[in-house]
Design a binder for this molecule. Structure first.
Ligand code: NCD
Length: 298
């Protein structure tokens, strides 16, 4: 594997092998994994904000012995008019092994890999509203840890699905893993018009008997200005509360990619409740990124 740009490039076998590798890294002392890729280097190029994704890529690299530098975009020469292509070629001339890129433009990492003549690896850390493959992988890994068999699962996805690269990568990955059923719920304006998955008529139907409930943030930075959605009423219509969660299977897990907007898409009691696996997702994010980078650089 040279790059990871779209989760659809990964077969079920490849994804399962990454689960196994992540499990193994979980059991290996960091002082040992640090020897694996000593002398290699990576550069993180994040044109959008990030807490979890950037930090977990940094820790994943460090735990593999890779020197990672995160370019501060605000203070970089892109502010002086340098093109993205020239920025990338400049950094590439410093002989790095891996670029980790988050950008607001859909499909940009594909283009970037062609500027590098496919020489240096690129991992997509989120492109616009399109894909977020490493989030998809860590979400699949988390589901697998709790549920093992995807084929019997009902996965409910609720919130701003239309602008969510997290939802896209998760749905693609779940398809690859042959998931039982995906049920979606959002206002009409925030659900993709073309989808092969079931659009639930109301939140209760969506959550009912679910094994996994995935809540999404309203991606306000991506919404058209004239959108006719009553955000003040969001929690009432689209928020996950303990009462609604009772409709899911008793052993259902609750997921959220973060950042959470508490009291909007998810109540405190659910976010901090016993069915929430949100911190486990974060923990798995480091392990899964370690597994992926190890695979790409090996
Ligand atoms: C998401 C993203 O940036 O796409 N966050 C993340 O990477 N965990 C989701 C979001 O911003 O809502």
């Amino acid at each position: 594997m040279k790059h990871l740009i779209d989760i659809k490039a990964l077969s079920a076998e490849k994804i399962t092998a990454l689960f196994a590798q992540a499990q193994q890294f979980n059991q290996t002392p960091i002082k040992e994994t640090r020897k694996l890729h000593q002398g290699r280097s990576a550069i993180a190029l994040f044109f959008e904000n990030s807490t979890r994704t950037l930090t977990s890529f940094q820790l994943a690299c460090q735990r593999l012995g890779i020197d990672i530098t995160a370019l501060n975009i605000e203070h970089s020469s892109t502010q002086k008019g340098e093109t993205l292509c020239d920025t990338l070629l400049t950094l590439n001339a410093m002989q790095t092994d891996l670029f980790i890129v988050r950008h607001q433009q859909n499909n940009i990492q594909q283009e970037m890999s062609s500027w590098l003549n496919n020489e240096t690896s690129i991992i997509n850390a989120g492109d616009g509203t399109n894909q977020h493959p490493t989030q998809g992988l860590l979400d699949l890994y988390t589901i697998w840890q709790y549920k093992q068999d995807f084929s019997t699962l009902k996965v409910a996805i609720i919130g701003d699905i239309k602008h969510s690269r997290v939802a896209n990568s998760l749905m693609d990955g779940l398809n690859t893993m042959n998931v039982g059923e995906i049920s979606l719920f959002a206002p009409d304006e925030l659900i993709p018009s073309k989808t092969k998955h079931l659009k639930a008529s109301d939140m209760n139907t969506c959550v009912k008997d679910a094994d996994v409930v995935v809540m999404l943030r309203i991606q306000k930075e991506r919404l058209p200005e004239d959108l006719n959605v009553d955000f003040a009423q969001w929690h009432e219509h689209y928020g996950l509360t303990n009462e609604r969660l009772k409709l899911a299977k008793p052993e259902a897990i609750v997921m959220h990619p973060g950042p959470m907007n508490r009291g909007i898409e998810i109540s405190d009691e659910v976010a901090d409740g016993s069915q929430s696996v949100i911190w486990q997702q974060v923990r798995n994010g480091v392990l899964m990124r370690q597994a992926l980078i190890h695979k790409i650089l090996s």
